[in-house]
Each structure stands twice: as structure tokens, then as C-alpha cells.
Design a protein around this ligand. Structure first.
Ligand SMILES: O=C(O)CCC(=O)C(=O)O
Length: 194
């Protein structure tokens, strides 16, 4: 079912991103926040990465300087594996219909994570392109980000470069992992599906 009007579809194709307001209800947002706060509490009893995802990565990762007194959980890998609230949002949310409209209805879920941007922490998520950092081999992919807190200019807002999805692909920037070389452009490329 189309949920985006043609002007928004054109904007997505031109800029490479869309901002959808009120994508989750306040109830669902506060449930996600509550679960995250529980994880933050739990992290007090760990002094390094802990837990394990189905594919063998640490589930919970903490900032350098994390302690029981000042817990600093910076990332939850695959929260959908350990929380019904996150799983429920992944399975059903208003962005899904928009995704189906933009890249086609035969969607496959790839991964989920929570990035927590705590004040004054040493972890910096610098400008990067996901293609070499995934690394990804196919451009028929959309990242959906739900902001759990109010986003302000001061609290580590996501910034985008409109149109940069058209290239060039650069392996610069860092998320703490090494980028792969830019892959050749996929056969299908990005574009509207009929
Ligand atoms: O959390 C953010 O603001 C950006 C996340 C991102 O770009 C990434 O995880 O690749």
C-alpha cells in the first residue's frame, strides 16, 4: 500500500533520505527507552563487552571509562534477539510500508542495533558511507533509524549529506571498524520500483 506521496518519493531519490515524523507512538517509544534503561542498569555489573549475539558478537558494548558508578553502555548489537519490544518494532512499524514502496515489497531484514550517544564520551561516529563500512554489496538497502530521545543540535544528531548516495563512494570516516574498498555499483542500483 503506497504511503508516500510522489513528492516524497522524488525527494528520497534526490536526497537519499527521508524524515518521517511520529514514526512510532509515544507508548512504543517509551517502552524502547525503558528497556534500554534496564540494559544500562544491568551494565553496571560488567566491566567490558558482554553477552553474545546469535552470530557470536558481543551483545552489549561499553565505553572506555565505563564503571558501576558511571555506566556507559554505548551499543547493543541485535537488540531484537533479547527484547520483545525491539522485535515488535522491527516487525511492525510505519516505515515498513515506505520501504516497500521505495525498494519493493520483497524485503529482508538485515540487522539491528542501538547506538547510544552519551555526553562527553570518547566514541565518535564520524561521517561515513555504509556501503564500504557494512561492507555492503547491494544498494537496494535502506537503514531505518528511530530516535528514542528528542534530537537536538547538541546531543549527537545524525547528519546527512543530501545526494551523497549518488557517489562518489569513499572509504573515509570511521565507526571504529575498517572500511572495505568501495564495491562496484550493483546491477540494479538504487531506484524506484514499479
Ligand atoms: O547513530 C547514528 O547517528 C548513525 C548510525 C550510523 O551511521 C551507523 O551505524 O552506520
Amino acid at each position: 500500500m503506497p504511503v508516500l506521496d510522489p513528492e516524497l518519493v522524488d525527494r528520497y531519490e534526490r536526497d537519499g533520505y527521508l524524515y518521517l515524523e511520529d514514526a512510532l507512538s509515544p507508548d512504543r517509544l517509551s517502552r524502547l527507552r525503558e528497556v534500554f534503561e534496564g540494559w544500562m542498569e544491568e551494565s553496571r555489573s560488567h566491566d567490558g563487552p558482554y553477552g553474545e549475539t546469535f552470530d557470536g558478537r558481543p551483545q552489549f558494548d561499553v565505553e572506555p571509562g565505563h564503571s558501576a558508578e558511571r555506566p556507559a553502555l554505548r551499543r547493543v548489537a541485535s537488540p531484537v534477539e533479547v527484547s520483545d519490544a525491539y522485535l515488535d518494532v522491527m516487525r511492525s512499524n510505519s516505515a515498513l510500508d515506505a520501504l516497500a514502496q521505495l525498494i519493493g515489497p520483497n524485503l529482508r531484514f538485515r540487522e539491528s542495533k542501538v547506538n547510544s550517544k552519551l555526553p562527553g564520551t570518547p566514541t565518535h561516529l564520524k561521517f561515513h558511507q555504509d556501503l564500504p563500512f557494512g561492507p555492503l554489496t547491494n544498494e537496494d538497502l535502506i537503514t531505518v533509524i528511530f530516535h528514542l530521545d528528542e534530537v537536538t543540535a547538541e546531543n549527537g544528531p545524525l547528519e546527512v549529506v543530501p545526494g551523497s548516495h549518488r557517489g562518489p563512494c569513499t572509504s573515509t570516516g570511521t565507526t571504529g571498524s575498517s572500511p572495505a574498498p568501495c564495491p562496484p555499483r550493483s546491477r540494479h542500483g538504487r531506484g524506484r520500483r514499479s
